[in-house]
Design a protein around this ligand. Sequence first.
Ligand code: UTP
Length: 304
Amino acid sequence: MLKKAVIPAAGLGTRFLPITKNSPKEMLPLVDKPAIQYVVEEAVASGIDDIIIITGRGKRAIEDHFDKAFELEWTLRLNNNLEALEEIERISHLADIHYIRQKEPLGLGHAILCAKKHVGDDAFAVLLGDDIVFSDVPCTKQLIDQYEKQRASIIAVEHVPPDRIESYGVVKVTDAKTEDGHLYGVEDLVEKPKREEAPSDLGILGRYILTPGIFDCLEQTKPGVGNEIQLTDALRLLTKNNEQAVYAYEFNGRRYDLGNKLEWLKTTFDVALSRADLKEELLRHIKKKIEEVEQENKLFSDTD
Ligand code: UTP
């Protein structure tokens, strides 16, 4: 049974400056819960109980979030705020979490390589700390189910519109392997291809099951796009040089990339609209805003 997960969270988050100057982007809230808590909860709900979070400079807030908060718990108990107390205690008992520092942000591939000693000879899951997926069956569980059948690395993919393909790792696939057509054999991978050179419209998102052979490949991988050690390039070596099978799995669910400001805003709205305590008032506010904007546009066009 696959029990370990690595959550890389040491990136600089430059697309989200200035907030990421001294705050981890993985701690950006969706209303009142930080992104990385969703990610840890997905891992736990997928049967994982040993989690390694890769951190770096300025990421202490992540460790504090999953740690026991003695003074806070004491005060909540004193004030009889038992609901909040239960939630705060639950967070510090979610899983066995270990932290490894990536001394320099040399890329996603390098961040995963930092976990080599802890992972050892087992297959493991990777969940990016700024990517969340909402689904009935947790996305990582969907990948683990495929891993149990194939005993090979599995990458979660989704169809990406042509105008966004250049920001993804993209897979070249062989024919679908399953009856429902969701599993493909991977023939090749390219990180951030030019639109006209993309080998398919299947983009890689932040969920993987990796076999330990990936560590040798990561050690051989030279810096690629953005001068970073790319996981996509190491996976390429895994299929080509080591001739180990890699599969791509089109998961069921909706993924949000929180490293991008607009996506983070949209996710925040979606999460808020799914909550009974916020939905009505928020909808009223949005409707009012739309009316105001339409009114402004009308005034503007009337004066033309
Ligand atoms: P991203 O490329 O989205 O993150 O990496 P980034 O580099 O922080 O963001 P930008 O492009 O500068 O805005 C995906 C995940 O991998 C982690 C990030 O923390 C994020 O969760 N990562 C990235 C590392 O852990 N180490 C790295 O060297 C790079």
